[in-house]
Design a protein around this ligand. Structure first.
Ligand code: DCT
Ligand code: MG
Length: 398
């Protein structure tokens, strides 16, 4: 993990060296200029990444380029930028010079060029020109509509549609999700707070208990990792008796609808029961759980425990909420898979496949060497199967 040649060179030159072993920082104090050499393992799931990011200037730049790549159907480049950003998020201190990056994994030529630009000029010219490009701005605006992905946005841009007004004027037929997305555009592009997530959690809790006593819910996604805001609220629902969760989603959705909590919902039925190829091998990274993509109508003031509307008279806001139902036998895998971050999940699956010859999904882990599924009732057990140190949710913010 250590670039020894650089270390000895620095020592010879009389520079103090700060070395991080996996998680601890060893310091050698001298009066000379301080140069730090960081060392981190290469998979994000081997690292502890808190929300305390010392390199936001660099990670914001790389994340924007990642986003631009993802919106431009360049997933490989997107992942490369995400991996580079994640390495910098895990560093215990701010990077101030390129020499501190020696020996770090996942920093490709392109990412290093961007980092150098930011360190030397305070900003990256590529990031700035991307931000100002009409195409990127249009992609952001159009994919900001719930139900609109990169492909649809790209098609519209090629037709000359760059903003919401042009979309409305175009006369394009929108599907139900997109109609709802356009209608609630401003609300859905405003971050959801932890207080709002908690208020929605109470409503969902009431719904599941009402339709099936004993059911349990778990808050997953970014809020479980300790984030203070998110783009949506993610919940997992289960019941301690295997099989009792069958049919639960439609009852929960009906209850929520009858109470007027849903502005939009679309439920996709689960496919794990009918699959013949086994639960750890879904057709894609998408899992097979029964899932409800919804837009909640949250009364303002509800998150503060009162029903007082805000001063401007707005009585409610729209919030994206995802509900997922899992049988209890798969619950630990579902919680792990739905807690994120997206990169942490991706890296867990890559680690399992490349380093352990196992297939990990949100349903199970399959050991290819033993040719069998491994059962787990906790996230800790799953990390142990994978030969990884347990990383709690608050340190999965890669
Ligand atoms: N997830 C994943 N791979 C994806 C999409 C999602 O592994 N392609 C998992 C990880 C996070 C979880 O699902 C919820 O997804 P999001 O809500 O998109 O992520 P988030 O971390 O909760 O982000 P935000 O705070 O913005 O909602
Ligand atoms: Mg989320």
């Amino acid at each position: 993990l250590l670039d020894i040649s650089w270390y000895t060179e620095s020592m010879r030159a009389g520079h103090p060296v700060v070395i991080t072993d996996r998680h601890k920082l060893q310091e050698q104090q001298t009066n000379d200029v301080e140069v730090a050499l960081f060392s981190v393992p290469s998979y994000a799931c081997q690292r502890r990444t808190t929300l305390d990011n010392h390199n936001t200037n660099l990670t914001d730049a790389l994340s924007l380029l990642a986003e631009n790549a993802e919106l431009s159907d360049e997933d490989g480049r997107g992942v490369a930028f995400r991996r580079a950003a994640a390495v910098l998020k895990a560093l215990p201190a701010q990077v101030t010079s390129m020499s501190q990056l020696r020996g770090l994994p996942c920093l490709g030529e392109h990412s290093l060029r961007v980092i150098k630009d930011v360190l030397e000029n305070g900003e990256s010219s590529e990031v700035e020109s991307t931000k100002q490009s009409e195409r990127f701005k249009a992609l952001k605006i159009l994919t900001g509509i719930f139900g609109v992905g990169a492909k649809t946005a790209d098609r519209w841009i090629r037709e000359g549609i760059y903003n919401l007004q042009q979309l409305r004027d175009s006369g394009h037929a929108l599907n139900q999700a997109q109609k709802a997305g356009l209608e609630h555009y401003n609300d859905l592009n405003q971050p959801v707070t932890k207080a709002e997530a908690n208020a929605i959690g109470e409503i969902v809790q009431k719904a599941v208990i009402s339709v099936l006593p004993g059911s349990q819910i778990a808050l997953t996604g970014g809020f479980r990792r300790g984030k203070l805001t998110g783009h949506d609220v993610d919940f997992l629902i289960t019941h301690p008796e295997e099989g009792r969760e069958v049919g639960l989603m439609s009852k929960v959705v009906s209850w929520l609808e009858s109470q007027g909590f849903l502005l939009y919902q679309k439920t996709t039925r689960n496919s794990y029961l009918e699959s013949k190829d086994g639960p750890a091998r879904p057709a894609s990274n998408m899992d097979r759980f029964e899932r409800c993509f919804s837009i909640f109508k949250l009364t303002k003031g509800e998150e503060q425990g009162t029903t007082q509307p805000e001063k401007n008279g707005v009585l409610w806001r729209a919030v994206r909420v995802d509900l997922v139902v899992s049988p209890i036998s798969q619950f630990a895998f579902a919680v792990l898979g739905w807690t994120g971050s997206k990169l942490f999940e991706r890296e867990l699956r890559r680690w399992a496949g490349h380093e352990k010859d196992m297939s990990l999904s949100s349903h199970a882990v399959f050991d290819n060497k033993q040719n069998r599924y491994l059962r787990a009732t906790s996230e800790e057990e799953i990390f142990a199967y994978l030969g990884l140190e347990y990383i709690p949710p608050s340190e999965r913010n890669a």
